[in-house]
Design a protein around this ligand. Structure first.
Ligand code: OAD
Length: 254
């Protein structure tokens, strides 16, 4: 049995269409804590109390104080790491077409990735709950909470909170990509939150290979993943990109 990095590189080089699904784990090395597991945000904050749309509608100022102010500061400091850069390099190499991310941090775009589906929205924007006008988060006055639009309506982050559906067009495009790819690269997600967690299953059922990068096993590891690269995203992506470049030379010279 060849080394898993080699196996993954072989699959990716031969694939005609590869997509990636990423989660909080890819941004851990950028200083953004994940949601679940050790040091995870949901260990300290109850998501049903502070990340649910009902909670926001009930007491938006409290949700800003407990969750969003800290998140805003953390995201403002974060820079892409080797995991994000590696996915951009795969795009440049013509190996990867689209990144579907559950993250709201914008780090894939900052790293250069051009086709990024922000499945759970973005924290870079707020939108008015009355007139729907968007506004960059960096321009929002947070001296008085909750923040308000110029029309007087309540602003909210342009993210998917618990209790809210995924944007239908993003969901449909993601499902279409999952059902038509040859390989799906699943990086840094616990694969526990639907409907994102179902995308690798759709891909697998449609005949794609599933390559997973995660330091921990997930519900996908045993029955869904064809190759599991057990490790952190940054180090593993660097090894994978190097192996793909080598494999590419071998494959092209046949
Ligand atoms: P989770 O916090 O559930 O999972 C993070 C995953 O990253 C875990 O499987 C970790 O083992 C893995 N991990 C940790 N460090 C890593 C590293 N350095 N490199 C690679 N992987 C690492 O995050 P998500 O799966 O993204 O939704 O969570 C999905 C959704 O649940 C989020 O988008 C958010 C949350 O509730 C909403 O807020 C709607």
């Amino acid at each position: 049995m060849s080394d898993p990095i080699q196996q993954a590189a072989g699959l990716l080089v031969q694939s005609r269409r590869t997509i990636a699904l990423t989660g909080a784990g890819i941004s851990v090395e950028s200083g953004i804590p994940p949601f679940r597991g050790k040091g995870g945000l949901w260990e300290k904050i109850d998501p049903m109390k502070y990340a649910h749309i009902d909670a926001y509608e009930r007491d938006p100022a409290e949700v800003w104080r407990v969750l969003f102010l800290g998140l805003k500061d953390t995201l403002a400091m974060a820079q892409p790491n080797h995991g994000h850069h590696g996915l951009y390099q795969l795009e440049i190499l013509g190996v990867l077409s689209t990144v579907i991310t559950q993250n709201i941090d914008g780090l894939h775009q900052q790293a250069g990735s051009r086709d990024v589906i922000e499945f759970h929205g973005t924290f870079a924007k707020q939108r008015c709950m009355t007139c729907r006008q968007p506004i960059p988060t960096s321009q929002v006055d947070l001296s008085v909470l909750p923040p308000r639009c110029t029309c007087g309506g309540l602003l909210r982050p342009d993210v998917v909170m618990f209790g809210e559906p995924i944007d239908m067009s993003l969901l449909q495009r993601s499902q279409m990509l999952a059902s038509s790819c040859d390989v799906i690269l699943v990086v840094g997600t616990s694969a526990t939150v639907e409907p994102a967690a179902y995308l690798p299953i759709i891909a697998k059922r449609s005949g794609a290979a599933v390559v997973e990068i995660n330091p921990e096993k997930t519900p996908l590891t045993r029955h869904t993943s064809d190759v599991t690269l057990l490790g952190e995203a940054g180090t593993t992506m660097r090894q994978l990109v190097a192996a793909i470049k080598k494999e590419r030379l071998r494959y092209d010279s046949r």
